[in-house]
Design a protein around this ligand. Structure first.
Ligand SMILES: [Zn+2]
Length: 442
């Protein structure tokens, strides 16, 4: 017992030290041993500009990549991880996940029957599953129980639980009756702990400030209705132009960006004009929306697999029939929008909405993008370099280059000929630590 509590105390000191290092911008693993590791494989997709694909070695010191090349000198004492015929690539990035939500329950049910503690426990499990699927960085687009995602990010950064590097929303910013208004109950039933509704420019400004003060990394605003809510239809703009502008203006004051959930064309355009960083879902684009994105430097983060999952597995996922029908009615529009964006060359970072469908299946999005005309290489770039740029982390993740975090994954075959290889990730390293290895253990 005594030993147990002393160990607990030590763990607490370590967790606190980790948090402190993160606060200093050094990263929790900066204090880790500076072990030198060489990862060798038949094919290395670096996604860098100079040598996108090569046969070679990634040399890692501590949590960072030191060098990548074909004939690197491997220093004496280096631990060599030989992945043989495998393909190594940068850890994947998903810009749209909901890690703290259970997968088989609708959010209204979650509010009435679960607790934030359950969300945290599920979040820890979902974070590990997502990491083991090859996603070493994710943007969490908001929990049902407010701010649980912030605690999850802190626990991962402190090394308490394994998971992807996270940027988190903390809480939705939604209008009353809009996509983020989960209170579709009787008017006499309330869930007072969830305060994510803001109406009018002053309330939106206050909500943005509150979320950032409480530890959100960015702002998620619901510009239009949603498929999975009974309020305003997904095609309708739910926030006024002025409300959207004030959200971006206030986030910018904090040096932060805004991600807009948007399905309908008018809401998409209003959000782009307001200056949001990403349009998520972006189901109903037209030529003018494409031109606006190009003019404003907006990133378009479509989510194709979630439409398919809702339409084909809606019942099993606990999604009401009316919402399955909503998804069915706009799935074709989502594909048309991706085709338009591909033709125009709009930057299209990888995103999924995992959490609506089971975590760990994120990579199923790749095949759907490739079916619509994106090359497997471009789809990989979308899930690495472009996604890193979209969240402002191009200095630390997204390519295999000296100085970046040693976040890398491997698959057995060649994802450039069969992109579905990415659904079978066999090796995962994050910040120099191996989290999964089905390739070197025989
Ligand atoms: Zn979502």
């Amino acid at each position: 017992m005594t030993t147990g509590s002393r160990e607990g105390g030590r763990r607490m000191v370590r967790a606190l030290a980790g948090g402190w290092l993160v606060a200093l911008g050094l990263g929790a693993s900066a204090a880790a041993a500076q072990e030198v590791v060489a990862v060798k494989a038949a094919r290395v997709i670096t996604v860098s500009a100079e040598a996108p694909v090569l046969q070679g070695v990634v040399l890692i010191r501590g949590d960072r990549i030191e060098a990548v090349g074909t004939d690197l000198e491997i220093p004496a004492g280096t631990r060599v991880i030989d992945l043989g015929e495998a393909t190594v690539l940068p850890g994947l990035i998903d810009l749209h996940v909901h890690l703290t939500d259970p997968e088989d329950a609708h959010w209204e049910e979650v509010l009435l029957t679960t607790t934030p503690a359950q969300a945290a426990l599920y979040g820890a499990r979902n974070a590990r599953v997502t990491l083991e699927a090859g996603f070493t960085t994710c943007r969490d687009m908001g929990p049902t129980w407010s701010y649980v995602d912030i605690d999850l990010r802190r626990a991962i950064d402190a090394g308490v639980v394994p998971g992807p590097r996270l940027q988190v929303a903390g809480n939705y910013v939604s209008a009353t009756g809009g996509a983020g208004d989960a209170r579709q109950f009787s008017p006499y039933v309330d869930v007072p702990l969830v305060q994510n509704l803001a109406d009018g420019v002053d309330a939106v400004r206050r909500t943005v400030r509150t979320n950032l003060k409480r530890g959100a990394d960015f702002i998620k605003i619901l510009a239009t209705g949603a498929i999975l809510s009974r309020g305003i239809p997904p095609g309708a703009q739910q926030y006024s132009d002025a409300e959207l502008r004030v959200a971006v203006e206030e986030a910018a004051r904090w040096g932060r960006s805004v991600a807009a959930h948007a399905h309908g064309t008018a809401g998409i355009k209003a959000a782009i004009r307001a200056g949001v960083r990403t349009i998520d879902h972006g189901t109903m684009l037209d030529d003018e929306a494409i031109a606006l994105m190009q003019a404003h430097g907006t990133y378009y983060a479509p989510t194709l697999y979630v439409h398919e999952a809702i339409v084909t597995q809606g019942g099993e996922l606990g999604i009401p029939a009316a919402e399955v029908e909503r998804a069915r009615s706009i799935a074709g529009r989502a594909q048309d929008s991706v085709r338009l964006a591909l033709a125009a060359g709009v930057p299209m970072p990888f995103a999924t909405d995992a959490g609506v469908f089971p975590h760990g299946r994120n990579a199923r999005e790749f095949a759907l993008r490739v079916e619509l005309g994106e090359s497997p290489y471009d789809a990989i770039v979308a899930a690495t370099r472009v996604a890193a740029e979209a969240i402002g982390w191009q200095d630390r993740v997204g390519t295999l280059e000296a100085g970046k975090y040693a976040d890398l994954i491997a698959v057995s075959g060649d994802p450039l000929t069969d992109v579905r290889e990415l659904e079978r990730v066999r090796f995962v390293m994050k910040g120099g630590t191996v989290h999964k290895d089905e390739l070197t253990r025989r």
